[in-house]
Design a protein around this ligand. Structure first.
Ligand code: NAG
Length: 396
């Protein structure tokens, strides 16, 4: 027994040292950057920002909500995406690796400062110190559960305004570096993502560094091979849950909504918002799907479409779509159990894709497909009326 007691700390020490060495975890003298990823669409911007500042990006886990659970769940970054391809672009480290192997040394508990643009009000303001401006970095969901995943508490707040995150324009990176040099600020921990939304034009191509983990690559391939009939398939994204219906109400008083620049352009150079872009009728979905399939049959007769794969947050319309498409020899499919990430991976592999212009979920698929040169289209875009006019024009 005595032997064991003596040996254990030693073994533990060897294990930690080797693990750190294996993962090649040397301290980055240029510092680190981390953030609470409230929206997946902030990732590319945060990656670009870390590169702009030449700090290693600590890869946060993905925040997920499950039905009936109050607190968000944190899923390790590499459950879905491989870490290695990101390193072709910039230095990154998994949050778990950083916290296990480096944090004690680089970011001790007494030095954990949260960064926010300006003071954030707390619901529990009275309980805390009411006079002290604070980021309240752990207030609410997913903020609290997120930092709790790695037992992170903050001792102080830092307001970085008026600095901002656009490192592609102006000398913003230099300003950050001179205000927060890495030797006195080894870790910048942001309350929210240091990125704009939707994904900035310049950052879209970074999507190619986000490659599915083997687990998701294989699961997508297996589904396509084993469940879908042989032949080409159209992947579609139907965004139609009740939250979406409400979000779409903002169409009437906005120039942009969520990911709309992906079809309308960042400066609305391809038109302004209209309600059907956000929410489509079942009839128009069926019409557009049939039209797309017919077009492909005419233009690519060698790669005939045999099925449709549907991803949706609410109504997959399987019955309606099967009824409408079975006469064309097309079957309609969905995953047996909801898995938004597997849906994404499969949509990325489809021969043709129709997504929702406003949805950042569709935007993820579109960017991934663009990086492979695969075709994508949007529901009700261009506007049906405009399209008919330009068709009539062509026929004349
Ligand atoms: C960026 O950081 C890396 C790693 O700390 C360092 O080797 C490199 O010289 C830095 N580049 C610049 C331009 O400072």
């Amino acid at each position: 027994m005595q032997w064991l007691k003596l040996k254990f700390p030693f073994i533990y020490l060897i294990c930690t040292v080797t693990a750190a060495a294996w993962a090649n975890l040397e301290r980055d003298p240029n510092g680190y950057l981390t953030y609470c990823p409230c929206m997946a669409d902030h990732f590319l911007g945060s990656l670009a920002f870390a590169k702009g500042l030449n700090r290693t990006l600590i890869l946060p886990p993905w925040v997920e909500y499950r039905k009936g659970e109050m607190r968000s769940r944190q899923v390790p970054f590499n459950t879905y995406f491989d870490v290695e391809p990101l390193k072709d672009y910039h230095r990154v480290i998994l949050m778990s690796d950083f916290m296990w192997h480096l944090a004690d040394d680089i970011w001790p508990e007494s030095e954990r400062v949260s960064f926010c643009y300006m003071e954030r009000k707390s619901l529990q303001q009275e309980k805390n110190n009411p006079d002290q401006p604070n980021c309240h970095a752990k207030d609410g969901n997913p903020f609290g559960p997120f930092w709790d995943t790695y037992n992170i508490d903050f001792v102080k707040s830092e307001f970085y305004g008026p600095l901002h995150f656009d490192v592609h324009h102006s000398s913003m990176a230099t300003k950050w570096q001179s205000k927060y040099p890495a030797d006195s600020w080894p870790v910048l921990a942001f309350t929210g993502a240091p990125a704009s939304f939707p994904v900035q034009f310049e950052n879209r191509e970074l999507q190619k560094h986000m490659q599915w983990s083997a687990k998701y690559r294989d699961a997508a391939r297996d589904f396509i091979r084993k469940v879908l009939p042989r032949g080409a398939f159209v992947g579609i994204h139907l965004r139609n849950g009740i939250d979406w219906v409400r979000a779409c109400e903002h169409v009437k008083d906005s120039q942009h909504l969520f990911a709309s620049p992906q079809c309308l352009g960042y400066k609305n150079e391809r038109g302004s918002l209209y309600p059907e872009l956000c929410m489509q009728t079942k009839e128009s979905i069926v019409r557009q799907l049939k039209r797309t399939i017919k077009n492909v049959r005419q233009t690519q007769p060698n790669n005939e479409i045999k099925s449709v794969f549907v991803a949706s947050d609410a109504n997959h319309m399987i019955g309606e779509l099967n009824a409408a498409l079975s006469r064309m020899g097309i079957s309609v499919h969905r995953l047996p159990e909801d898995d938004p990430y597997l849906d994404l991976a499969i949509l990325g592999q489809s021969n043709h894709f129709i997504g929702n212009c406003i949805s950042s979920y569709s935007a993820f698929v579109k960017r991934e497909r663009d990086s492979h040169g695969f075709p994508s289209y949007f529901w009700s875009f261009p506007k049906e009326k405009d399209r008919q006019q330009s068709k009539a024009h062509e026929e004349l």
